[in-house]
Design a protein around this ligand. Structure first.
Ligand code: 25A
Ligand code: L14
Length: 343
């Protein structure tokens, strides 16, 4: 009898789901079995995995019991998570969910393994994976917070189209082609043309004038870092980039943290690579972060407009660290800490 869990990827045909499969393979995740689940539309389609392929099966309420699943990695949208995650948990299958459905639920831990792995200890069968822009920011902020205590964060993002899934990637590609052929670009995945443009809107607007994406960054940061006193304000912008979110972050501390100290601390922190050589013209860029696991930090300098301030430029692959990789790191931590029931 194997002590390795039976694992399912739910939403396996999506941009994030397919990346989950390839990361499970890359990291040799100890699974006794891996199943690919999606909606009825994709049943029977094949996804590459290891030396062979997986045939996509339909996600139903019976899937978890019938297949004896012990761990399910969800990235199939909030509606699917709301409906199926409780069914899975009830069947004894632990869910790591990549949607926004459970993130702000007090009973559900919201985890970035480099920041708050201890919150996994109280999981009730569902664990939420944070928003991509938030994940890469807190990986860089937490070690600095321990040093200088953060009071306030101002963040502006430059987010890749892959944040909206495969359809976002397809839309940038086809708009570029349409424009080069003198045709009018069609916009379906985004509210306006994204090719050769920037859109200060990700997700829908709320009553206070912020978008939902901006409010996720404000609220999720406090929950993950376990500190409601940190003030956060965000402007989230879609940029015509395929993979990799970039962020300009202004941080105000209670105590002084010099740029040199920040560089040393960040370089020693897990999951971070410092790229900060302005004299050579080197800094983190989305095209370099794409396909990589780390969060890249550069342009570290004093914010001279406040007493104890630093400015940072933070870049990471949104589909990997922002979604699929973080989910799998959560699963690995669950295994290490014996927090999965494996038969
Ligand atoms: O509501 P939320 O939480 O905000 O999340 C909304 C969406 O955001 C994406 C993710 O899209 C999610 O659906 N997302 C979430 N978190 C993200 C993050 N951190 C994130 N994106 C980036 N970073 P997605 O495209 O990654 O995945 C969608 C998957 O969900 C499956 N699905 C939908 N309803 C389902 C369901 N699975 C089970 N049950 C349901 N009821 C969906 O599967 C997909 O896998 P599908 O079978 O319904 O659709 C597969 C169709 O997708 C298109 N497609 C997929 N791959 C490609 C492709 N098209 C072209 N090329 C491809 N390579 C096809 O149309 C295919 O038919
Ligand atoms: O909340 O479109 O995880 O860039 C991730 C992708 C929100 C939108 C989430 C994007 C979504 C985001």
């Amino acid at each position: 009898m194997s002590k390795h869990p039976r694992v399912a990827v739910v939403g396996a045909t999506g941009a994030v789901g397919r990346t989950m499969l390839s990361i499970l393979e890359e990291r040799d995740f100890p699974a006794s079995e891996v199943a690919a689940l999606a909606s009825s539309r994709s049943v029977g389609s094949k996804l590459p995995y290891k030396d062979g392929e997986l045939t996509v099966q339909e996600l139903t309420e019976d899937s978890f019991k019938k297949m004896g699943l012990e761990l399910a990695l969800f990235s199939a949208g909030g509606g699917t998570s709301k409906k199926f995650a409780p069914v899975a948990a009830e069947a004894g299958c632990v869910v790591v969910d990549n949607s926004s459905a459970w993130r702000m639920d007090e009973k559900i831990p919201l985890v970035v393994p480099e920041v708050n792995p201890h919150d996994l200890e109280w999981h009730p069968g569902i664990i939420a994976n944070p928003n991509c822009s938030t994940i890469q920011m807190v990986v860089a902020l937490q070690p600095l917070h321990l040093e200088g205590k953060i009071k306030r964060v101002v963040v502006s993002t430059y987010q890749a189209v892959s944040g909206a899934g495969q359809k976002g990637v397809n839309e940038l590609e086809s708009q570029v082609r349409q424009l080069f052929n003198g045709r009018d670009p069609e916009s379906k995945a985004f509210p306006h043309q994204i090719a050769f443009n920037c859109l200060p809107q990700i997700d829908v607007f709320t009553e206070n004038g912020y978008t939902k994406e901006e409010l996720k960054m404000v609220n999720e940061t406090k929950k993950i870092m376990g500190d409601n006193s940190i003030q956060v304000t965000a402007t989230t912008v879609r940029a015509p980039v395929f993979y990799g979110h970039s962020e300009s972050v202004n941080v105000e501390f209670e105590r002084d943290v010099s740029p040199e100290e920040a560089r040393t601390i960040l370089a020693q922190s897990p999951g971070i690579t410092v790229v900060d050589y302005p004299e050579k013209g080197l800094y983190p860029m989305a095209i370099d972060a794409a396909g990589e696991d780390d969060v890249f930090v550069g342009r570290i300098r004093r914010d001279e407009s406040v007493p104890h301030g630093l400015n940072l430029w933070i870049v990471s692959d949104n589909v990997r660290k922002g979604a699929a990789l973080n989910t799998i790191q959560i699963a690995e931590t669950l295994l290490e800490r014996g927090l999965l029931r494996v038969k």
